[in-house]
Design a protein around this ligand. Structure first.
Ligand SMILES: NC(=O)c1ccc[n+]([C@@H]2O[C@H](COP(=O)([O-])OP(=O)(O)OC[C@H]3O[C@@H](n4cnc5c(N)ncnc54)[C@H](OP(=O)(O)O)[C@@H]3O)[C@@H](O)[C@H]2O)c1
Length: 250
């Protein structure tokens, strides 16, 4: 039986990924900080799914959770999905919260990958996946730390994709646009091309199966964002100063 460990697998995209892999017959491990979020969706768990109460910014906790999940059956795939966003999009950052984003969105991915690689390298196979964001393609106004952590994750995965091939280990970064989840539910602004979480999970699973190095969706929004990332920065600045594209508040 194949096995996958998904961080933040109790709500939103992670929850739908857990459901998708369970329906494929995989053994699934998920983690999060709150047990009640898991129990709301999976009851007390079953032989197919196990919950680990751990914060991804806890390096030792991630090591012991992933090690415990893999005992006996190994680990085929890890998805570093847990992430947090800005509480509100302000021009002056909330620095405490920005540092927290670095711990969760960036170090959380590294701790997850480190724990998984301890198991995958000796076995000579495995797949590491991180959920980044299309917000990582450009420095977006109002979400400086979020954009920065997601950009770092894209580049981190790109490097690892090259480095880990020799161990037969794949690395993929996934860059979603807007997805309907508790994370986006509190956004007061419009979210163009927003999609439902089960659809997002379906697209992500396909991209993982194809072993893509990076995958962005939905198509039109990710195309716009990619174009914005390669145009001269003066044009980018002009574009982002248009009020309807700039969600940052004083
Ligand atoms: N929704 C979107 O539009 C969108 C777009 C692009 C990228 N993404 C990325 O996709 C990922 C999932 O987002 P989502 O929208 O599904 O968010 P979500 O619904 O808020 O779910 C986040 C999950 O992560 C867990 N989590 C949060 N902080 C954690 C921590 N420190 N340690 C362990 N688990 C933690 C949460 O459980 P607990 O609270 O119990 O810990 C929950 O299971 C994030 O990395 C996000 O940046 C989302």
């Amino acid at each position: 039986m194949k096995s996958v460990f998904i961080t933040g697998g109790t709500t939103g995209i992670g929850l739908e990924l857990a459901r998708a892999y369970m329906s494929k017959g995989w053994r699934v491990g998920v983690c999060g900080r709150e047990l009640n979020k898991f129990e709301e969706n999976f009851g007390k768990g079953s032989h197919n799914i196990t919950f680990y109460q751990v914060d991804v910014s806890d390096r030792d906790g991630m090591k012991s959770s992933i090690l415990s999940f893999s005992q006996g059956d190994g680990l085929d795939l890890v998805i570093a999905n847990a992430g947090i966003s800005h509480k509100s999009k302000t021009k002056v950052p909330d620095f405490d919260w920005s540092y927290r984003m670095v711990h969760v969105n960036l170090l959380g991915v590294m701790y997850t990958f480190e724990a998984a690689l301890d198991l995958m390298i000796p076995r000579g196979k495995g797949h590491l996946v991180a959920i980044s964001s299309i917000a990582g393609y450009n420095g977006l106004p109002g979400v400086s730390a979020y954009s920065a952590t997601k950009a770092a994750v894209i580049k981190y995965c790109e490097s690892l994709h090259l480095d880990l091939r020799q161990f037969n280990i794949n690395v993929t970064s996934i860059c979603p646009g807007f997805v309907e989840t508790p994370l986006t539910a509190r956004n007061p602004h419009s979210m163009p091309f927003i999609i439902k979480a089960p659809k997002a999970a379906e697209l992500i699973v396909k991209a993982i199966e194809k072993k893509k190095m990076t995958y962005s969706f939905p198509f039109i929004l990710s195309g716009i964002v990619r174009v914005l990332s390669i145009i001269p920065r003066t044009w980018y600045r002009t574009f982002m100063n248009i009020k309807s594209f700039n969600y940052s508040k004083d």
